[in-house]
Design a protein around this ligand. Structure first.
Ligand code: CA
Ligand code: CA
Length: 149
C-alpha cells in the first residue's frame, strides 16, 4: 500500500530535519511548534488550520503559545497560526513573512528546507515574547502530524 501524498511529501531525511528544527527552536522559546501536513482541502486554509489546531489539542499549553504550521501539499495552501497567548501580544500579520518564505521554498521544490526554515523563523520570532523558562517542558510533540482526506 502506498502512503498518502502528505506522508510522501518529505523524504525521511527531511522529516528528521523538520523534527530537529522544532527541537532546536524550542530550546530558545517556551512556544510550542507543530507541523501538520494534509493532501488537499476545499475550505479556507486559515479556517481549516484553526480546526486542526483544536483537533491536535494545541491549546493545551500553559501560556497558550502553541504555533501550528499547516500545509496542504497538493494545493500548496499554507497557514501559520498561533494560540491566544501569542495573538494577545504580537502585531497583526505577525506570521506573514514566515508564510512567504515557506511558499517561496515550496515553489522551488525545497520542501524539507522550506518547512525547517519556517520552523526556525517562527522560533526566532517567539523568542522575545516567550523566552525559554527554567522549568520548560516539551508540552506538544515535535513530530510531524498528518491528516488524511
Ligand atoms: Ca516547551
Ligand atoms: Ca514541542
Amino acid at each position: 500500500m502506498s502512503l498518502p501524498t502528505a506522508e510522501r511529501f518529505l523524504t525521511d531525511a527531511e522529516k528528521k530535519q523538520v523534527k530537529a528544527a522544532i527541537a532546536a527552536a524550542e530550546l530558545r522559546t517556551s512556544g510550542e511548534i507543530r507541523v501538520h501536513l494534509e493532501d488537499h482541502i476545499e475550505e479556507d486554509v486559515l479556517d481549516h488550520a484553526a480546526f486542526v489546531f483544536e483537533e491536535l489539542d494545541m491549546h493545551r499549553t500553559r501560556d497558550r503559545n502553541g504555533v501550528l504550521i499547516y500545509l496542504s501539499v497538493v494545493d500548496r495552501k499554507v497557514a501559520v497560526i498561533g494560540d491566544a497567548g501569542i495573538n494577545a501580544v504580537v502585531p497583526e500579520g505577525f506570521w506573514t513573512d514566515v508564510v512567504a518564505i515557506l511558499k517561496l521554498h515550496l515553489a522551488a521544490g525545497h520542501h524539507g528546507q522550506g518547512i525547517a526554515e519556517a520552523v526556525h523563523h517562527v522560533g526566532e520570532k517567539l523568542v522575545s515574547f516567550f523566552p525559554l523558562l527554567h522549568d520548560d517542558t516539551d508540552e506538544l510533540p515535535n513530530e510531524i502530524s498528518y491528516g488524511k482526506r
